[in-house]
Design a protein around this ligand. Sequence first.
Ligand SMILES: Cc1cc2nc3c(=O)[nH]c(=O)nc-3n(C[C@H](O)[C@H](O)[C@H](O)COP(=O)(O)OP(=O)(O)OC[C@H]3O[C@@H](n4cnc5c(N)ncnc54)[C@H](O)[C@@H]3O)c2cc1C
Length: 446
Amino acid sequence: MRFVIIGGDAAGMSAASRAKRNMPELEVTVLEQTADVSYSACGMPYNIADPEREMEDLVVRTARVFREKQGIDLRTGHRAERIDRNAGVVTGKTAQGEPFEIPYDTLLIATGASPVIPNLSGFHLPGVLALKSLEDGRRIKNFIRSRGVKRTVIIGMGYIALEMCEALRSRDIQVNMVKPRAVLLPWMNPRLTSMVREELERWGVGIHLGQEVKGIEKQNETLRVVCSDTVLEGDMVLVAMGVKPNSELAAGAGLDLGPCDSISVDGTLRTSDESIYSAGDCADAYHVVTGKKTWIPLALRANRAGWAVADNVTGKRTELQGIAGTAVFKVFDLEVARTGLSVGEAEQFGFEPAEVMIESRSRAHAHPGASTIGVQMVSERKSGRLLGAQLVGKEGAAHRVNAVAVALHQQMTVEAFSQCDLAYAPPFSPVWDPMLTASNQLLKQA
Ligand SMILES: Cc1cc2nc3c(=O)[nH]c(=O)nc-3n(C[C@H](O)[C@H](O)[C@H](O)COP(=O)(O)OP(=O)(O)OC[C@H]3O[C@@H](n4cnc5c(N)ncnc54)[C@H](O)[C@@H]3O)c2cc1C
């Protein structure tokens, strides 16, 4: 049986490795358009922060290991351009422009996502860069080094923008951030958002909210980001306006699409064609709270979905539960975390939400080093079901969010969550962990 995979990063290579391990006689071919496979995209901002580190440090497993040790027919520099479902064939071109044609019995589309680049003037000027692939990371690092970048403008304020802001500030590069919406993190409780904003300002970051970007101009060596009411100047511009799923191949082959034009899959990762699977950032998923389809492109799901496809292809039927949208990121000295639904999302999905916002301490009262931790918790008023949580703090936000994520997977009520036996010792939390304090307060709202 020929198992062909399009895309050689988290989802694609997880699937290839596991399929080969499960069934060594399976013919596994991976088509990857770039020269890079299996690397940690998530580590790129931290790598860029350190001029001494090579981008290659982020490669988890090299192409040679996949080919020679695992027996995977890994073809880099191979871009898939068309899927012929009737013939069971993928066609495309190599980096040298040679056409190729690969037959499949089972196909996995694991093409990931691409940065959103608006169709405005100046977004293709040299020095206007986005960060998605390892090659993008190299490009940014080389540009900073070769041009001696001192000032940057970041368009967008999502987690990649914020991580890159920290990376650039740590290299003493000035940063101005700009976005059209008037709110920094629209999904977040305003008190938590202001904690993030204060942290950015403490590190000297310029925040320009409610500024529509009209285009980018070049004047000598300076890039000028022209906004509705201001012009921001930099030696480099980072475009971090979000990502979109790479679903054109699937759409061209007539496969069903889901939210945000991601590829629609069932719990077993099968698309609307039973011999084609899709996994990772290009595919949708069920949300464990709403039970509805959603598109939240994150790394754990990509790796897990790749494994699940491999199991299904090699005869071990596997159905995934879905995702809670659990995410965490660092903004200088703050940890920012979320899982499940925000109040706005809860309303959008027809829940009548109750919410609480508390501020507690990360360690026991009077224990040295304790800092403020803010927790917002959301429940459904009628049933008391826990719907989501958001946390911001200097320490302890990142690991605490996982307790709520588990509760969401188990569809727990706030009352049941408030009875959980969470760990306590003075260096790690107050006796009543902030998550328990939040749930106790939320119970009073219902
Ligand atoms: C800077 C950054 C930081 C991140 N940080 C985090 C984090 O902290 N936590 C987290 O959970 N997630 C994070 N992510 C997201 C995470 O990296 C992705 O969720 C994950 O990489 C998705 O894996 P994937 O295999 O689905 O897609 P990708 O990693 O995008 O891989 C898809 C591959 O398919 C190839 N491809 C596409 N089209 C074709 C074609 N037609 N033919 C051949 N090959 C093709 C691409 O070249 C690419 O190599 C981050 C992402 C970035 C960019």
